[in-house]
Design a protein around this ligand. Structure first.
Ligand SMILES: [Zn+2]
Length: 177
């Protein structure tokens, strides 16, 4: 009886370790999705380029407006991520973190590691009456951000753990195997 349990724990550990490995590739976003009894949690990691077209603090009024628009749009995350209505979810938390923009608690480690590149992380929590009933999440990010070309998603759901790749025209994230 212990072996399947152990395998599950090891798989979960491997998944969370992998979630922290984020290569900075323009157009590519990673998305970690965890479905529990009453929550659906999404964690985005992306180059800023996909959302802004630049990866540094804004320098002009037009760039400041782009940043403000991005923040407002990401905070309205239930417009960008729409869980299956069967799960009866409501958006309850959005946290943005980007050192280059001074968002969140991220510290700017300087530009030595990645040159002029910079990322943004977004944590989104939906609270749901029946999260386990969610069969999919419709992802609207590609419509909002044409520079985004693909999303590598990792899902941890009651049905299991698996990976999905999303792209424009195929942006429904299935939560069942
Ligand atoms: Zn970059």
């Amino acid at each position: 009886m212990f072996k399947p349990f152990l395998a599950l724990v090891l798989a979960a550990t491997a998944l969370s370790a992998a979630a922290h490995q984020h290569a900075h590739t323009h157009g590519l976003m990673t998305l970690d999705v965890a479905v529990d009894a009453q929550t659906v949690t999404l964690a985005i990691a992306s180059p800023l380029d996909s959302f802004l077209g630049f990866e540094r603090a804004p320098r002009t009024d037009a760039e400041r407006k782009r940043v403000a628009d991005m923040v407002a749009r990401l905070k309205a995350a239930d417009q960008l991520f729409q869980p299956d209505a069967a799960a009866d979810c409501k958006l309850t938390k959005v946290e943005l973190e980007s050192a280059a923009l001074g968002l969140g608690t991220a510290h700017d480690h300087g530009h030595g590691e990645k040159g002029e590149h910079a990322d943004i992380a977004v944590d989104i929590v939906f609270t749901c009456a029946k999260a386990a009933d969610a069969r999919f999440i419709d992802v609207k990010l590609f419509d909002a951000y044409p520079r985004l070309r693909s999303i590598d998603a990792q899902v941890a759901a009651p049905q299991g753990q698996f990976k999905r790749s999303l792209r424009p025209g195929a942006a429904r994230l299935g939560l069942t195997r």
